[in-house]
Ligand binder design. Structure first.
Ligand SMILES: C[S@@+](CC[C@H](N)C(=O)[O-])C[C@H]1O[C@@H](n2cnc3c(N)ncnc32)[C@H](O)[C@@H]1O
Length: 247
């Protein structure tokens, strides 16, 4: 009985903890944000005057995003870790897909994409590879779009996909932010992050969205990221983002 009461006391302490409550609040705020990734991808595809080619890395349920994308040509890649049905074009990992592109066993080796949506593995090391491979197959005026670049709390940015007993519950952004923030250090590409839908990272070879990331965070500490979130991500609203397209 005593142990039971102690357990209930501990559970209540967790539920009323200020740090956890604050995290829940940020979580709720993030969920309410619009537009969604789909709207942003369709906005970008709508900027091209010629027929577009779209690639999505990591699809899960195509009805959530892929099927809503308006592009003359579109391709999907997913090994099917989270969806047994997995009705994608290429049932392989992103690494395997890019290898197939390189050796000419998928599509054709001269194909370039207008928009590539990176939303596969959410671990920084793999995301970093996905960014580099995508840059190699992106048209000069194309865009890389990345989901989950702006985790609202460190609970969402956990390295543990399976642990749900936190204020993040089952919603998880992983460590994608680290790969995005690292690539924002580069001066040969431009990038920004739209403050909606868990952070929509945008990378362009051509369109200048502002300066690269000057924040020193060599060990990718979450608390430093939190403190300098704005500059680390070049975090902007969708309205500001759209203003880059007004001639
Ligand atoms: C978050 S879901 C994608 C959601 C979808 N893009 C959307 O907007 O609704 C992540 C997907 O990435 C896939 N995935 C995981 N590792 C991958 C990898 N190395 N290459 C490609 N896809 C991967 C998983 O199987 C899962 O279906």
């Amino acid at each position: 009985m005593k142990t039971q009461i102690r357990k209930i006391e501990l559970a209540n302490r967790y539920l009323n903890d200020k740090y956890h409550l604050n995290a829940r609040q940020k979580f709720v705020e993030e969920i309410g944000k619009t537009p969604l990734r789909t709207d942003i991808i369709n906005f970008l595809l709508g900027q091209f005057t010629s027929p577009t080619v779209y690639l999505e890395i990591g699809v899960r349920n195509p009805n959530d995003n892929f099927n809503k994308i308006s592009s003359q040509e579109k391709y999907s890649v997913d090994p099917g870790y989270e969806n047994a049905e997995n009705s994608v074009d290429f049932k392989v990992t992103s690494d395997e897909f890019f290898e197939m592109l390189k050796n000419g066993t998928a599509l054709n080796d001269s194909i370039k994409f207008d928009v590539i949506f990176i939303d596969g593995s959410h671990f920084a090391e793999q995301v970093e590879k996905d960014i580099q491979n995508s840059l190699n197959y992106l048209k000069e005026d194309g865009f890389i779009v990345m989901h989950d670049c702006n985790p609202p709390t460190e609970f969402h940015a956990s390295e543990n996909y399976d642990y749900n007993l936190s204020p993040a519950s089952t919603l998880w952004n992983g460590t994608t932010w680290k790969a995005f923030v690292k690539n924002r250090k580069r001066d040969d590409i431009y990038s920004c992050c739209i403050d909606t839908d868990w952070g929509i990272g945008i990378i362009s070879k051509k369109m200048n969205f502002g300066s690269s990331n000057k924040i020193e965070n060599n060990f990718f500490e979450y608390h430093t990221f939190e403190k300098y979130r704005q500059e680390s991500l070049n975090l902007i609203s969708f309205d500001t983002f759209k203003s880059f397209f007004i001639c």
